[in-house]
Design a binder for this molecule. Sequence first.
Ligand SMILES: NC(=O)c1ccc[n+]([C@@H]2O[C@H](COP(=O)([O-])OP(=O)(O)OC[C@H]3O[C@@H](n4cnc5c(N)ncnc54)[C@H](O)[C@@H]3O)[C@@H](O)[C@H]2O)c1
Length: 375
Amino acid sequence: MKIGCPKEIKSQEFRTGLIPAAVKAYVEHGHQVSVEQGAGLGSGITDEQYEQAGARIVATAREVWEGSQMIVKVKEPLASEHDLMQPGQLVYTYFHFAANEKLTLACLEKKISAIAYETVQEEDGSLPLLKPMSEVAGRMAPLMGAFYLGKPFGGRGLLPTGVPGVAPANVLILGGGTVGSNAAKVAAGFGARVTLLDINLDTLEHIGNIMPANVSPIHADAYTLEKGLKEADIVIGAVLVTGARAPKIVKREHLGLMKPGSVIVDVAIDQGGCVETSRATTHSDPVYLVDGVVHYCVANMPGAYSRSSTFALSNRTGKYGLLLADMGVENGCLSQPALLRGLNIHNGWITFKPVCESFDLEGSYKPAREALGSR
Ligand SMILES: NC(=O)c1ccc[n+]([C@@H]2O[C@H](COP(=O)([O-])OP(=O)(O)OC[C@H]3O[C@@H](n4cnc5c(N)ncnc54)[C@H](O)[C@@H]3O)[C@@H](O)[C@H]2O)c1
């Protein structure tokens, strides 16, 4: 199959869809790979490294899109890329269709086969292509909290590691899934006293078994939340109710319990945030103050660490991508249920129900198995 990796064009997006090791794997499986000139530079990957792995470097995005049967990307195709999509092309990337009617209609019209990273789901309910970004954001969260505890940013001026004779910070983590457990690992590593609240007792048991003694997994309820907020220097929001907006666990009035200059890092902001006073911010303007509490609410945290994120993502997408390239979208999806769940649009049909429901497009729905037989 002819596989193409165009350069990402979304503002401040430095990740890229393929790393050289992935290119090499596709080539070894007999596929041809084209990479747009400079596509990897934001992640520290040169054109020469792609060439050494067996890719052909092409000058423009148009050449990549027009010359490929399968496109591997990171972000959803933007408006200027809709025209570049080729009829019947397989596009393998994050799509988030339910938030983007224009993109949905463009993919329907072009009869794109859209495999959305965010809905590729294994039998046990896990989302293997979302996980690496939660791992990155989770590990970043205490580091961002630590940085913005600095006095110049409105923070308390407390060094969270502690120094000889001075206590370290208290870090409160809300939610102990991928983000929360990764955040706990890093915060514990720099010496903070970590409290992690979750409603799932099995999760708490697991955290208790694997984390060091400076992490206390505690059942989340109104009492433990209030106590945790009073003591915290850094609060990390990491709750998720799958498929729903994040519950607003920390209310505006809770801020009055918190220490002036404490920092909230609301990682769950991409689902609306789990703090009532959170609103999405950007890497270029990441924080603001409410009632003396610093809020960091960047919705695409992993973009800041593009090199780590690119490698973490490509390491995970490679396995499913190879299967799609080797077997084609029909056989690939039919042989791998995780990919079948990842198929959102195929041959002019929406195959992922929540997308139809978002836009009143029920008439365009066809179950994935039926749509796959419809070409
Ligand atoms: N801002 C970013 O750049 C970025 C990057 C990656 C992930 N995220 C977001 O971070 C959030 C967490 O992702 P994840 O992968 O860790 O999810 P996850 O499903 O692995 O974990 C969520 C945890 O929240 C817990 N939870 C649910 N309701 C709760 C409540 N009321 N109180 C306490 N705990 C509760 C669940 O039991 C679960 O353990 C998601 O919204 C995700 O989209 C944001």
